[in-house]
Write a new protein. Structure first.
Length: 142
């Protein structure tokens, strides 16, 4: 049913909450996991338009993705790939899910409420309204 699961990572403690859920599901379904982080700093948002050099933040994001994937591969033996996207997180999540033909999008909730969503935006809300791919939302750590 789920051949490829897109897992969004944001380099916060929420990543530690979502990975065990997805790893267990992927093992049961014999799915591939695609770990995605969307860099959305100034350099990332203007990277192509201004032909910028990779920022230190982007290099750290790539390192984080690869280290996370290596650890998960070692623990589970699953097929895991990584991808760093640049720009607006909801738009990039949707684009990568389509390009990679993902069957499930897994996102971690941060537990923002009303004011937090207004200030920080809601990636989950934006993605869920624009995708036809099923979504798994894992709640924030207690």
């Amino acid at each position: 049913m789920y051949r490829k699961i897109l897992v969004t990572l944001d380099t916060t403690p929420s990543d530690r909450e979502i990975l065990p859920h997805v790893a267990q599901l992927a093992a049961l379904m014999k799915s591939e996991i695609l770990l995605l982080h969307v860099a959305d700093g100034w350099v990332a948002r203007n990277f192509d338009h201004l032909s910028l050099a990779e920022s230190e933040e982007m290099k750290e994001d790539l390192r984080y993705l690869e280290e996370t994937a290596a650890g998960l591969r070692g623990e589970t033996g699953l097929t895991i790939t990584t991808r760093l996207a640049l720009g607006d997180p909801p738009a990039q999540i949707l684009q990568v899910a389509e390009q990679e033909q993902c069957d499930l999008i897994a996102l971690a909730s941060h537990g923002h409420r009303l004011v937090g969503d207004i200030i920080h935006g809601s990636t989950i809300d934006a993605v869920r309204h624009k995708t036809r791919v099923p979504i798994l939302v894992v709640p924030p750590p207690k």
